[in-house]
Design a binder for this molecule. Structure first.
Ligand code: HEC
Ligand code: HEC
Ligand code: HEC
Ligand code: HEC
Ligand code: HEC
Ligand code: HEC
Ligand code: HEC
Length: 374
């Protein structure tokens, strides 16, 4: 403001006039203006009979501020782009019927991959699936940190119950708990193994920040600390040292392994009859799906740091592997699952963990079994 006072009146006026007529960004409507009305949780549509399913017009500003869009400076009118001014002379200061938001305007690659999917092709049957049928819209978060269970429950499980099909697949609960749906259903998406720290005491994943605090370092210092030979990959020996460091800090953690799709647009290409069902693709020593193994350090905003791990880690740690409790286990399964820190108790704890991790899936299955019997 002080600067402005020094500008001679006339120039100041010119600038103000210019600003007034300047299109777009300069006079962009601030989110707070929209939220003046829309943060009122009593605000509802006057005339809800238009066949539209949204009656409430409430937007949770606090939640919106944590969304990936807000964190990347996407504001209300970047999506609701047909509002270019608010006219307070009217009761509703903008058009009452706004255009549908076009996610594809900013996400072209995802939109074109999605175009080649069963979910888009059902348009032919008169069903239009929007991007936000899976993703939501105001409160979209980064997906990278989400676990397999979260990804499935937030997306696919809204509409599909995988236990009703897949009868050719043994151990359904284990597969759905450890393999993301799109790993099998989007044939072209690259896959990788995520290793996350899991706390056996609280039954929760350690957040990246918690692990770093235990080690007394920050995100940038993780690799320098662990990757002693500086080849960019955490080798078997280096992994063992990391394991030791954590044990010395009395951390009762295990590495929880999941087979997930990489965050790429081709993850949307889910189609009929093309899914993976070849057991050996995964259950063999040279499975191409296990080439990329990464330790995942999650961040507060839902993004992650990936650090490459040598795949031999999966082999060496299979010795203390939780499958040991199951007598019938196939040799080739050694490749995957949980490498336990704190060896001796592994069998029991591992079993517990898998039970805990699959409670939701199992209880859903039980419910369905009940329903089916009725
Ligand atoms: C003075 C209060 C007020 C302000 C400010 C306001 N709105 Fe609204 N808005 C309303 C009311 C009232 C409705 C309901 C209209 C109706 O009766 O259907 C509405 C409806 C909407 C709808 C639903 C429209 C539809 O087609 O169903 C959207 C989207 C919306 N507003 C977005 C915004 C955005 C974005 C801003 C900021 C640029 C904003 N609003 C600012 C009062 C306001
Ligand atoms: C990432 C894009 C995006 C952003 C950013 C966004 N919206 Fe929306 N908004 C949508 C979509 C999509 C819908 C649902 C249907 C439609 O209009 O297309 C919607 C619907 C609405 C509705 C109707 C009620 C409802 O929940 O369905 C209101 C009101 C609204 N938005 C206000 C806002 C306000 C206020 C902001 C900023 C704080 C905002 N929007 C930011 C995409 C967005
Ligand atoms: C059937 C559910 C579904 C629909 C519909 C859907 N997505 Fe996705 N989307 C996903 C899943 C699942 C992932 C994450 C894949 C993974 O875990 O690697 C994803 C990932 C993404 C990502 C992050 C990965 C990347 O490419 O950077 C973006 C952005 C995205 N989707 C945008 C969209 C847009 C835009 C649309 C509409 C054109 C859309 N999605 C429709 C399920 C869906
Ligand atoms: C005005 C541009 C814009 C529009 C419109 C828009 N987005 Fe985004 N979106 C972004 C930006 C920028 C990011 C953050 C950078 C990134 O991750 O690509 C983002 C990120 C995302 C992500 C997170 C990807 C991840 O990292 O996990 C998803 C999912 C997503 N958007 C879905 C949607 C959906 C669904 C809609 C429609 C309701 C939509 N977007 C509309 C600009 C937009
Ligand atoms: C909003 C609801 C919805 C969501 C969310 C959803 N789907 Fe679908 N899905 C459908 C509909 C509708 C069909 C078409 C069924 C038909 O044509 O009979 C379909 C079809 C399919 C098919 C082909 C079915 C067949 O009969 O061969 C597969 C495979 C599939 N979805 C997988 C997924 C996966 C994986 C996800 C999560 C990334 C997902 N779906 C998310 C609604 C959904
Ligand atoms: C191990 C691989 C694998 C996993 C994991 C998997 N699927 Fe499938 N799924 C298949 C195969 C193979 C088929 C047979 C038909 C096909 O190719 O689409 C199938 C069929 C389907 C169908 C069509 C209906 C049916 O049962 O024949 C739907 C819907 C479906 N899957 C959804 C899902 C969802 C949702 C998930 C995640 C919870 C999931 N699938 C996980 C491999 C898998
Ligand atoms: C896309 C990769 C993939 C495919 C395809 C696949 N599996 Fe699996 N399978 C896994 C993963 C990952 C696990 C979970 C490992 C764990 O529990 O830690 C698993 C678990 C299992 C288990 C449970 C082991 C136990 O002791 O709990 C059996 C049995 C099994 N798979 C057999 C099969 C058979 C038979 C097929 C083919 C019909 C098949 N799998 C297809 C990846 C796959």
């Amino acid at each position: 403001m002080q600067k402005f006072e020094k500008v001679p009146g006339l120039i100041g006026l010119c600038i103000l006039t210019l600003l007034w007529f300047w299109p777009g960004e300069v006079l962009a409507i601030d989110n707070s203006e929209c939220l003046d009305c829309h943060s009122d949780d009593g605000l509802v549509r006057e005339n809800p009979d238009g066949g539209d399913f949204h009656d409430s017009l409430f937007v949770d500003g606090e939640k919106f501020n944590h969304s990936v869009h807000h964190l990347n400076d996407i504001g209300c009118i970047d999506c609701h782009s047909d509002i270019d001014a608010l006219d307070y002379d009217n009761e509703v200061p903008h058009a009452v019927n706004l255009a549908q938001v076009d996610c594809a305007a900013c996400h072209e690659e995802e939109a074109s991959a999605f175009g080649n999917s069963v979910h888009s092709k059902i348009r032919g049957k008169g069903i239009t699936m929007t991007c936000y049928a899976c993703h939501d819209y105001h409160y979209v978060s980064h997906l990278a940190a989400a676990s397999v269970a979260e990804r499935e429950n937030n997306f696919c499980a809204k509409c599909h119950n995988p236990f009703q099909g897949h009868d050719w697949l043994p151990k359904k609960a284990e597969h759905f708990a450890f393999v993301e749906c799109t790993v099998c259903h989007a044939p072209e998406v690259p896959r990788h193994i995520h290793l996350k720290f899991f706390d056996l005491v609280t039954n929760k994943f350690y957040k990246g920040a918690e692990i770093l605090e235990i080690l007394g370092i920050n995100y940038e210092e993780f690799m320098p600390l662990v990757d002693k030979d500086k080849d960019g990959v955490i080798g078997k020996d280096e992994f063992e040292v990391l394991e030791l460091m954590l044990r010395q800090k009395n951390v009762h953690a295990i590495f929880h392994a999941e087979l997930v799709a990489e965050m790429q647009p081709v993850a949307h290409q889910v189609n009929r009859g093309v899914a993976e069902r070849n057991c050996e693709k995964c259950h063999s020593a040279d499975s191409p799906y296990f080439n990329a193994v990464t330790i995942v350090l999650t961040k507060e905003d839902g993004s992650v740091d990936h650090h490459n791990v040598d795949r031999s880690v999966l082999e060496s740690f299979s010795l203390k592997h939780f499958y040991l409790y199951a007598g019938t286990r196939m040799k080739m399964l050694d490749w995957i699952g949980l490498g336990l820190i704190g060896g001796a108790v592994c069998g029991v704890l591992g079993h517990l963990t898998i039970r805990v991790l699959t409670i939701r899936v199992r209880s859903r299955r039980k419910e369905n079994d009940k329903k089916n019997k009725k």
